[in-house]
Design a protein around this ligand. Sequence first.
Ligand SMILES: Nc1ncnc2c1ncn2[C@@H]1O[C@H](COP(=O)(O)OP(=O)(O)OP(=O)(O)O)[C@@H](O)[C@H]1O
Length: 588
Amino acid sequence: MNVLRQLQRYYKEKMSFLLLSVLCLAAATALGLVYPNLLRKLIDEVIVPKQFDTLPVLALTLIAVVILKAGLLFLHGFFGGRLGNYLAYRLRNACYEKLQFLSFRYYDTAKTGDLMSRLTGDLEAIRNFIGFGFAQLLNLFFMVLFGSMMMMSINWQLTLISLITIPILTFVALRFESKIHPAFQEMRLALSSLTTAVQENITGVRTVKSFAREPFEVDKFALRNGRYQENQVNAAALWARYFPFMELLASACIIILLGVGGTLVIRKALSLGELVAFFSLIWYIINPMWSIGFHINNYTQSKASGERVMELLQQHVDVHDEPEAVLLESQNVKGHVTFDHVTFAYGNKMPAVVDIHLDAPPGTVIGILGGTGSGKSTIIQLLMRAYDVNQGAIKIDGIDIRNIKVQSLRSQISAVFQETFLFSSSIRGNIAYGLKDVSMDDVIRAAQLAKAHEFIMELPEGYDTVVGERGMGLSGGQKQRIAIARALLKNPKILILDDATSAVDMETEHEIQAGFQEVMQGRTTFIIAHRISSLRHADEILVLNEGRIVQRGTHEQLTNIPGPYQDVYRIQYADHLTRVSGKAGGQV
Ligand SMILES: Nc1ncnc2c1ncn2[C@@H]1O[C@H](COP(=O)(O)OP(=O)(O)OP(=O)(O)O)[C@@H](O)[C@H]1O
């Protein structure tokens, strides 16, 4: 019950619903005991002595009991439903909130399909158990307790003899529980691997098709589907063995009761009415034993689900606000960024960046150039505090970013990445993402600066055009321009362009950059680019190799000294340089 106890904090305000639901069910169960008593009275006091005058009273009592019991069962369902849905609602919100605040480190390895199945299937199992299963499991106990007490009051010897197989039933049920629980855990894992396969396939459908990997994907899915099926079959085999055995034991109870009870009636040690009442009461013991498997199964499923949901909710958030963290007020932030000998490694890997040292006073433009995997994006990720540095410190206006509230830090930074994510909403909504009270004029101005306005106006519904999931229907360059407009509209103190213009042609890039010059006055900008043309106006350019800064300086300085920057410059400007030197040669 440990995990279910942990879940209590999500429904403790509605604990009264749980109590009411259990009470109503227990009362309905207790009321059910009136039936065998009525039967006994009917046989012993009406039918056998032929005293029919009490029949109407008995009939009316029966009707009243039926109505009352129905009312109690309704209330059990009502309170249970309210409780289960309240818990599911709270858990869903809590999980979603957790997902928002979990750090990038978690998402480096998280699987979308697995998370989706926690938020759907697992939550549903918990909702069912807390809403109904728990009360019903308790009710089994009440049924056995009330039933055996009543039977004892009629004839305790017959009760003990009839219930002789009950310990064996309990033992079998508990053994079954210990086997079905791991089987269910396996099943849930297999299901989440199945949903992960579907989700990844849909997300990466273009890649799959372009590599003609459909047959491979089908086989991969079939393999996982096979594993899921195998798990289902294993669980079904457990059930299949369990049920006949339980039936055998239950039937043994009935046979013993009929044999011994019948003999007692013949010897007049028991009345016929008592035997019939006994026969009806024994189901108060057998029925719970029958369904104990189902309820235990329900319990184990929700326990496994609870563990998976709690595992998500208890994930450590490694980037979080320190108690004394300060809030950055937009109007006071200058945007002075410093990296003080920063070193960082992802997990146990080799450091991705080593001893990075830089000073970017407000309004400066820092260019970062380097080969693939040289650590350019890592520098940016660290500045946004996606990860905490291992050594050194990053400061904004002299404050270590670990001492700044994460949200207020990120609200001062706008980043445009190489890969643009667009939400399935209108273009206007995408540009104004995360901002409140933005006027249409501001949205248009940002789009104009990002050179997106013209193509947006050509779309069927202009700024109200709804883009498909992940921006389907737009070209890579168009998506990038929308992302740039989004970043510009935020009006940040620090702007990061991480290969942000890689998907637009040189001419558009030039135009966008001209726009940047205008809006980036007084803002600190980091530009990561592979094209020298994007970096040449930077105040300082850092050249990275294997996580270390191997060259730094302005474009003019770096082109004049031999080194990687000059090499890249020569390659990218080969045509231009040949033309220039050709002209110079001709003139000589
Ligand atoms: N989330 C991550 N988890 C583990 N290792 C990572 C992660 N992101 C990057 N790395 C590793 O860190 C190193 C630096 O990566 P980074 O993304 O900073 O390079 P980059 O210079 O931006 O490359 P590119 O130009 O290809 O984008 C690489 O060795 C990369 O494999």
